[in-house]
Each structure stands twice: as C-alpha cells, then as structure tokens.
Design a protein around this ligand. Structure first.
Ligand code: NAD
Length: 277
C-alpha cells in the first residue's frame, strides 16, 4: 500500500524492530518521523533511511513529548495515517527482585507509552480521515511469563488497553480508526542480544526465535488489512492461549518451557548467536 504524503510515526525506532518498521513505512511511501528516547540513534536511523525521514527525541512516558511528535508530523505531512507504538524495555527477574524504579520503568514505557501514543494518534486521526495505530505487544501480553512478570504485566496492559479502545471507538461510531496489536515470540534484536546468559529470560528463547523481518512482514500485512491481534508464530499464539484457558495446565508446562529456553540459550551462546537471523 502506498500513500504518498501521508504521515507516520514510529516510537523506539532508533534500533531493533522499530528501525525496521520505519524502513518498511518509508518503502511504502509514508513520510516517517523516527522517534526514540535516544536522539542520536533516531537521527542515525533517519539519516540511513533518507526519503525525507526526520527524527525527534521522544520519551514515550511523557505525553507532552508524544504530542509534540504528533503535531510535528501533522504539520509536515498534513495527515497522520499510521502511528506505531514500538518503544519497549525488558528487565528480567522475579518482581520481588526488581527495585521499584525498574518495575515502574517497565510499566511506564511499555504500557503508559502505548497509551500515550494511541491517545495522541486518535486525537489527530479523529475527524481527519481516520488512521491506523499499530501496537507492538508480545506473546507476553497473552500468558504467564516467569522471569518476565512485570514485563508480562505491561504487555497485558497494552493489549487490554488496545482492545478496549477499539471497542470504545466503535461504540462512539468511529469506524475509520483501527488498532492492530502485534504479539511476537522472542525476536533476535538488541533487546535479547545480552540475554543469552540470563536464566530469567529463558521463556523468550523457548519457542521460535524470530528474525526482525518476520515481524516486519506481519506489520506489512496489518497495514494492508488491520487485524486486532496477530500472534507470531501463529502456533505459539494458539499454545499460549490454550495455557491461558486452562491456567493450572499452563503453569504445569512452565518448567518444561524454561528448560527448553535454557537449552536454546546455551546453544546460541556456544555458536555466538543465531546464524540465520
Ligand atoms: N525482542 C523481543 O524478543 C521482543 C519480543 C516481543 C515483543 N517485543 C517488543 O518489540 C518492541 C521493540 O523491541 P526491540 O526488540 O526492537 O528492542 P530494542 O531494545 O532493540 O529497541 C527498543 C527501542 O525502544 C527505545 N526506548 C526505550 N525506552 C524508551 C522510552 N522511554 N521512550 C522511547 N523509546 C524508548 C530504545 O531506545 C530502543 O531504541 C518492544 O515493544 C518490545 O517489547 C520484543
């Protein structure tokens, strides 16, 4: 889909998945505003992508910074068509071993950040041709994730907020704004690069470690045809939902999943990381 002159914003796009999503949007013909809490990486991404891509420092926890980004793209492109809430942080370990600052950071970036971005985007899209909010969630938004409990809480919040907001939009008679949630398994991005020695993040390695491009393909698909929830890979989505439907059964499988994740981490460590991603 090519929508020349339409504006798009990606948060947390200085590196990792966000950078690749920004590249996809440039390829699709959007005028892209690359944002990140780290301005230097956002600027590098924008310079690399070219095509009139611009950069702005935005900490998604701060709604005024988020609104400034929204206003900047509207001024430049006239319309905001796509807003991707991608910024995220992962700090692992049982909740009781994390200090308050760590717990707050995870919830504020992953949950409040997605809320700030979605609300800012809706304000610009409403009555102005509509648009599409893409929220990068996680399979951790659908199930229990030992070692990543606060992260899972933040992603459950992001998913619950997104689906509830779609319901609110429809109840308000607003049908030209969509929200699509992308729920991937572990992705080989900088978020996981330093986690091969971390037993608490075993679950992130227990399924199919995804290449960022596999997730970008899913974003490409929802840009063409919005979809409330996309799990990647689909079979893991079905598995985690089964575990969630029967939580006692789900929790019984946890030790097996942790062991599988630890094996995968050890293997990746011995080979210096995945060769094919
Ligand atoms: N990597 C995975 O295994 C995985 C799996 C499922 C979902 N996700 C989600 O995918 C998204 C992208 O993560 P990634 O894997 O590319 O990680 P990453 O760590 O490589 O990139 C995250 C980006 O977010 C930015 N960021 C952090 N705090 C911010 C803040 N307060 N405001 C704005 N930007 C901020 C970082 O600077 C960084 O550029 C996240 O929402 C993450 O939770 C990742």
């Amino acid at each position: 889909m090519s929508r020349i002159h339409a504006g798009a914003v990606v948060t947390g796009a200085g590196r990792g998945l966000g950078k690749k999503i920004a590249a996809l949007l440039v390829e699709c013909g959007y005028q892209v505003l690359v944002t990140d809490v780290d301005l230097a990486t956002a600027q590098d991404t924008a310079d690399e992508l070219g095509g009139g891509t611009t950069a702005l420092a935005v900490d998604v926890r701060d709604h005024t910074q988020v609104e400034t980004a929204r206003d900047a793209i509207v001024e430049r492109a006239r319309r905001l068509d796509v807003w991707v809430n991608n910024a995220g942080v992962l700090l692992t370990g049982p909740a009781w071993e994390q200090d308050e600052a760590a717990r707050r950071l995870i919830i504020e970036v992953n949950a409040l950040g997605a809320i700030n971005g979605t609300v800012a985007a809706i304000e610009a899209m409403r009555g102005n041709g509509g648009g599409h909010v893409v929220n990068v969630v996680s399979l951790a938004g659908l199930t229990a994730v030992p070692g990543e409990a606060v992260y899972a809480a933040s992603k459950h919040a992001a998913l619950g907020f997104s689906l509830s907001t779609v319901a609110d939009l429809r109840l308000a008679g607003i049908t030209d704004i969509d929200i699509s949630c992308i729920c991937p398994d572990g992705i080989w991005t900088p978020m996981l690069h330093d986690k091969l020695d971390d037993p608490a993040s075993a679950l992130s390695f227990s399924g199919k470690l995804l290449a960022p491009d596999e997730v970008v393909d899913a974003v490409r698909t929802v840009l063409d045809s919005p979809r409330l929830v996309t799990t990647i890979p689909r079979w893991r989505g079905l598995l985690v939902r089964l575990g969630d439907t029967f939580p006692r059964f789900g929790l019984k499988t946890v030790p097996l999943m942790v062991a599988q994740g630890r094996r995968a981490q050890r293997k990746l460590r011995s080979t210096g990381g995945p060769r094919n991603l």
